[in-house]
Design a binder for this molecule. Structure first.
Ligand SMILES: NCc1[nH]cc(CCC(=O)O)c1CC(=O)O
Length: 319
């Protein structure tokens, strides 16, 4: 390779947020890079970037996330550091990433996807169906709230945010009887014992890109591209191509409950997508199958079919 390899004296810098999950993901990326290039782990350095979104979320811990700012708030400052060259790579949960990257940046490396399912967390109940009538459930995810309201209109929803420890304490304090987390996050933190069980995607379709880690770089940085090439997982990229095209065609920036999951089936890609009214009063789903090369087209086609079925005002809060 015609570039200088990183070394402990001049490490490759991977930027990420400071949450335990973000750090676990960045460390996993460093470990994979070191192994793939037979370099010491110290040739890779994790740089924590404190974002405005993180700061505001700390201050207004009980406010819905959508009042704190749009999703870009948690990633923009990391992308600015990447553009400036303060860091060489940025490690992201793809679930939290807008469908388009700023000019000059690209995400074309994905780690092998973790468990895509949501975890059911409760001291009292074993599953959603097991929850007593009228039980209080904590979640701040628009998608999970709408899906739960759709399947169990009797349940009461309360806002629930913060890291895993904060949410577990709220459950212990009796603020709610149950909550949800991504199995991927629990697995990466070694906390999967906290889950009563993983929820079947047929019961609760996960968020687009749930469980996938993407690594962003400057488009012109060929050294970063070459470093990432051996750790890139192509099947994950194929699944995300379908899911993220689906999200983009539905306007991924909007505050809308959307779910989507692609899997490989034979040599094809199979995708199921769901949109819900925010109050959960209606859920529409479509599924389809296409050759791998048409994954993104499949995502756009399912989105178009859903938009054609959705009545005007479907996404409005008062629908
Ligand atoms: N929006 C927060 C977020 N972003 C990614 C994950 C979990 C890990 C993943 O899905 O890759 C979580 C927390 C959660 O939903 O429990």
């Amino acid at each position: 390779m015609s570039f200088t390899l990183p070394s402990p004296a001049d490490p490759l810098k991977l930027g990420t947020r400071g949450s335990p999950l973000a750090l676990a993901q960045a460390n996993e990326t460093c470990d994979r890079l070191a192994a793939a290039h037979d370099l010491p782990r110290e040739a890779f350095e994790v740089v924590v970037i404190h974002t405005t979104g993180d700061n505001r979320a700390l201050i207004a811990a009980d406010r819905p996330l959508k009042e704190i700012g749009n999703k870009g708030l948690f990633t923009r400052e990391i992308e600015e550091a990447l553009t400036r060259g303060d860091i060489d790579l940025a490690v992201h949960s793809m679930k939290d990433m807008p469908t388009e990257q700023p000019t000059g940046l690209v995400i074309d490396c994905y780690l092998p996807r973790e468990d895509v399912r949501d975890a059911f967390i409760s001291a009292q109940a074993g599953s959603i169906a097991d929850l007593p009538e009228g039980a209080v459930v904590g979640s701040s995810s628009l998608r999970r709230r709408a899906q739960l309201a759709n399947r169990r209109p009797d349940l009461q929803l309360v806002e629930f945010r913060g890291n895993v420890q904060t949410r577990m304490r709220k459950l212990q304090d009796g603020v709610a009887q149950a909550t949800f987390l991504a199995m991927a996050g629990l697995n990466r933190l070694g906390l999967s014992d906290l889950a009563k069980g993983a929820i079947d995607p047929e019961e609760m379709l996960p968020a687009v890109a749930q469980g996938a880690i993407g690594i962003e770089r400057r488009s012109a940085d060929t050294r970063a591209a070459a470093m990432l090439e051996p750790i890139h997982d192509i099947p994950t990229a194929e699944r995300l191509a379908a899911e993220r095209a689906f999200l983009a065609a539905l306007d991924g920036s909007c505050e809308t409950p959307i779910a989507g999951l692609a899997i490989h089936e034979g040599g094809d890609i199979w995708l199921r997508g769901e949109i819900l009214r925010p109050d959960g009063s209606e859920a529409l789903a479509e599924e389809g199958r296409a050759p791998l090369l048409d994954a993104a087209e499949l995502g756009r086609a399912l989105a178009a079919r859903l938009l054609a079925r959705a009545a005007p005002g479907f996404f409005d809060w008062r629908g």
